[in-house]
Design a protein around this ligand. Structure first.
Ligand code: NDP
Length: 262
């Protein structure tokens, strides 16, 4: 299903986005690669077979005013976008009482408003083409809240609300949405996670360093799209927290207070 499909991936300069890009390039997709670090994206593009089939469009999701220009560049190059993989994001490692409001806003600017702005700029062309798919990488904390992730969890919950609504509005127009909720995946995410004053944490977490392999995560994302899944949980045992909260909310509330999440 991927051959010659145009797939735009944000956060392709590392981690999950890079792994998805490598997998889809192998399957014959034409890729638009976005993130802030253009050099990393160019390195990836050249590492993919037939680099001329792919394009780098550098993008800072937090600078929403620049997003229409990026969309124009992507459409000028590819003519259409079949699948938009909203994967870029930043995490958080700080208690509510220690987190500046400016940091809460930064998390929302990138994770939520940047993603929403890109979606809105892209939608008219998708609707004109008769449809398209959004793959939105949220998190297990898009379904539950845990310590030291308050605004991060809120931004990911917000993505679920937004894209569930979008799916319901535009189903008959051919727009499909797959929400992806990873648990602990072994990537550099904790290094860049914001602390209370906005500085990056700068070191790895134990939970992530023992996390689910990123290539397997990418394979599950791709399979979820192929199976037309609306939502998928990916990771190890931590996935059961979502079911525990749904079935036994009081028990979940007691357990999460003591859960080791770093
Ligand atoms: P990485 O830190 O490896 O990747 C994050 C990506 O987002 C990078 O490519 C980064 O590129 C990009 N990015 C960050 N800020 C911006 C911005 N302002 N504009 C554009 N791109 C940006 O972590 P992961 O691969 O793990 O994270 C990918 C997604 O998966 C995120 O949305 C994260 O929340 C989610 N996730 C990850 C989990 C995990 O355990 N790893 C668990 C649950 C969810 P650059 O710095 O070049 O801009």
């Amino acid at each position: 299903m991927w051959r010659d499909k145009v797939v735009w991936i944000t956060g392709a300069s590392s981690g999950i986005g890079e792994a998805v890009a490598r997998l889809l390039a192998e399957r014959g997709a034409r890729l638009i690669l976005s993130a802030r670090r253009a050099d990393k994206l160019e390195d990836l593009r050249h590492a993919l077979g037939e680099p001329e089939r792919h394009k780098v469009v550098p993008l800072d999701l937090a600078a929403t005013e620049t997003i229409p220009v990026a969309v124009e560049a992507a459409l000028r190059h590819a003519g259409r976008i079949d699948v938009m993989v909203h994967n870029a994001g930043i995490s958080q490692r700080a208690l509510v009482v220690d987190t500046d409001l400016a940091v809460d806003r930064r998390l929302f600017e990138t994770n939520f408003f940047g993603t929403v702005a890109l979606t809105k700029a892209l939608l008219p062309s998708m609707l004109e083409a008769g449809g398209g798919r959004f793959v939105v990488v949220t998190s297990l904390v898009g379904k539950i809240g845990t310590p030291v992730r308050s605004a991060y969890a809120a931004s990911k919950h917000a993505l679920h609300g937004f894209f569930d609504s979008l799916r319901s509005e535009l189903w008959s127009a051919g727009i499909r949405v797959t929400l992806v909720c990873p648990g602990f995946i072994k990537t550099d995410l904790p290094l860049h996670a914001l602390t209370g004053d906005g500085t990056p944490q700068g070191f790895m977490d134990r939970a992530q360093s023992r996390g689910y392999p990123v290539e397997r995560c990418a394979a599950k994302i791709v399979r979820a799209v192929e199976r037309d899944r609306e939502e998928v949980l990916i990771g190890g045992k931590e996935r059961y927290a979502v079911y525990l909260k749904r079935l036994f909310p009081s028990l979940f509330s007691r357990l999460i207070r003591h859960a080791r999440v770093t």
